[in-house]
Ligand binder design. Structure first.
Ligand SMILES: CCCCCCCC(=O)SCCNC(=O)CCNC(=O)[C@H](O)C(C)(C)COP(=O)(O)OP(=O)(O)OC[C@H]1O[C@@H](n2cnc3c(N)ncnc32)[C@H](O)[C@@H]1OP(=O)(O)O
Length: 210
């Protein structure tokens, strides 16, 4: 199995790469939204598709064999850049920026047209994705069991997420969290997360194939 991967680069190099990839991902995110909402004529859609295919071919002219992987630098900086919740190279990610507030992790995210399930409302699987991620990050562990209660529908727009470890028993952590909008909680979550026996540090040369 592919493991967490150590990458021997400086924080300056991490910042440089972040500066290169973030605008590209923002552009792709705009493209996703435009593709959903455009009402231009079919010829314009075909022409846009050809331009996008050319851009895709440019990017594919040099690429990794498999997924990005979860990379870490010597000072512990994480680069989970392909992650669908927080990845700076993944346009599917809103992206969610997770910060610490005391014992809790918190995040504020704006969910637009790409996350719609029922009309005007956030898809339940997207709520699960974001809650799974923030609870998992609070635990720094793998999701074992995740239980969600959709208390009321979440309108598209600004949402707030929280997660906090409430109990630890060996490698087993119980984490609670929620998603809310301006009117209060829409989804509550409780999960059992299991810390892996082995956490990281393959050298790039030791990497298994995808
Ligand atoms: C920074 C990180 C951010 C990432 C956030 C994103 C989180 C994710 O999406 S992770 C991906 C989704 N999750 C998965 O794919 C997990 C798949 N399952 C697995 O890999 C394993 O079954 C795993 C790791 C959960 C447990 O395996 P393993 O370490 O062998 O557990 P095991 O030794 O059998 O059991 C340890 C304890 O956990 C309990 N346990 C095991 N599996 C589960 C489970 N699924 N649910 C609840 N409890 C469990 C056992 O009962 C045992 O408890 P106790 O010590 O009280 O007897």
């Amino acid at each position: 199995m592919r493991q967490f991967v150590f990458e021997d680069i400086t924080s300056e190099e991490v910042a440089r790469r972040t500066g290169v990839y973030t605008p590209l991902t923002d552009s792709v995110r705009q493209l996703l939204d435009a593709a959903i909402r455009t009402e231009v004529d079919p010829d314009t859609i075909r022409a846009a598709g050809e331009l996008i295919d050319r851009a895709t071919a440019m990017l594919r002219s040099a690429q990794t064999d498999g997924p990005h992987g979860v990379r870490y630098t010597a000072d512990g900086t994480g680069m989970p850049w392909g992650n669908p919740a927080i990845g700076i190279r993944n346009a599917i990610a809103p992206p969610m920026v997770v910060t610490r507030d005391g014992d809790r992790l918190v995040a504020d995210v704006v969910l637009g047209a790409a996350y719609e399930g029922p009309p005007g409302l956030v898809h339940g699987g997207i709520c699960a994705l974001l809650l799974d991620h923030i609870l998992g990050e609070a635990a720094s562990a793998m999701t074992g069991t995740l239980t969600l209660r959709y208390q009321r529908a979440t309108p598209l727009g600004a949402v707030h997420l929280e997660a906090e470890v409430v109990a630890t028993a060996g490698r087993k952590l119980t984490v609670r969290g929620s998603m809310s909008d301006a009117d209060g909680i829409t989804v509550t979550a409780e999960g059992i997360f299991i810390a892996p026996r082995l956490t990281m540090t393959e050298r790039p040369d030791d990497r298994e194939g995808p």
